[in-house]
Ligand binder design. Structure first.
Ligand SMILES: [Fe+2]
Length: 302
């Protein structure tokens, strides 16, 4: 029999802090994943032009926040790029420094354009940044950025902030010195050079990088000679891809089909089978939440 949820009984339940499980408008479980997040693409060329414009008005004191966040176009979302990860384009102009800070959210960045003299200081160590490099800042590592070159530098930040916010385990601290003093340099465990990681050769190759360094985020580099096709079955893992070199096409079931130029980013939410195809020799960067889902036993594939 249909319940009249306007009856006084239901009002009294609300005052007591209860919702009757039998009268909820939406179920809380369902047979298979039904992601709210959507496949979406963001273009580096558009971001670069918009950041150049922002560079005229957003002052150096806000350089660490002069970024463009890639917001997944799903109702009610004002921040995340995929369910657990946010991505953003950042510009640091010639001569600028972005002050040091640290946070419990884990972060990394993929360098798109930078001339020598661009670096991040991670826990006191200078980590140089060149195009194609991946620079890691694990949870609670101090990090600040500097650009001592004569041209603006651009990179893509990836952080697990949506997950950390959801967990309500966020901490953030600004460095007391403003920009952290450099106390060391040389090869850094926080810098991964994509060309070195992939090695030489012309065969299709996928290498996982930074294994275990970021407990929530999985990173891979893919060398995709022209014509290479990689199919990814429906999985609970959320994927982000960005092009490091060459041209790649990502076809997502349901008809979403986009070519990626260098620096473009595409989000493929969970439970979307998809295929990655190299339209010319390409290197692709993959960012997922697989380590997080693995830890909680939630990696499932159709
Ligand atoms: Fe940060």
């Amino acid at each position: 029999m249909q319940q009249d949820i306007r009856a006084p009984y239901y009002g009294e339940l609300g005052r007591l802090g209860f919702v009757p499980g039998w009268a909820r408008p939406e179920p809380s479980m369902w047979p298979v994943p039904k992601p709210k997040f959507r496949p979406a693409v963001w273009r580096f060329a558009a971001a670069k032009a918009a950041l150049e414009e922002a560079g005229k008005s957003v002052p150096i004191e806000q350089a660490e926040r002069r970024n463009l966040i890639m917001i997944n176009p799903v109702e009610g979302n004002a921040y995340a790029t995929s369910r657990n990860i946010v991505a953003a384009y950042q510009m640091v102009k010639a001569g600028e420094k972005a002050r040091s800070h640290r946070h419990t959210a884990a972060a990394l960045r993929l360098v798109v354009a930078a001339k020598p003299g661009t670096y991040t200081v991670v826990d006191g160590a200078r980590v140089d940044m060149a195009p194609g490099d991946v620079v890691l800042t694990p949870s609670w590592c101090w990090h600040g950025h500097a650009n001592e070159s004569d041209a603006a530098s651009y990179w893509i930040d990836f952080l697990d902030v949506p997950f950390v916010q959801h967990s309500e385990a966020m901490f953030f601290e600004s460095h007391p010195a403003g920009f952290e003093t450099i106390t060391g340099s040389g090869p850094s465990p926080h810098r991964i050079l994509s060309r070195e990681a992939l090695g030489s050769g012309g065969d299709p190759k996928v290498v996982e990088i930074a294994n275990g360094v970021l407990p929530t985020i999985g990173l891979s580099l893919m060398r995709l000679p022209s014509g290479t096709l990689r199919k990814v079955a429906k999985t609970t893992i959320n994927h982000l891809y960005s092009s490091i070199s060459g041209k790649t096409r990502v076809k997502v079931e349901g008809g979403f089909d986009e070519s990626l130029a260098v620096g473009d980013v595409i989000a493929v939410p969970c439970w979307h089978a998809h295929a990655v195809e190299a339209e010319e020799d390409a290197v692709l960067f993959q960012v997922t939440d697989e380590p997080l889902l693995t830890k909680v036993g939630l990696v499932k594939t159709a």
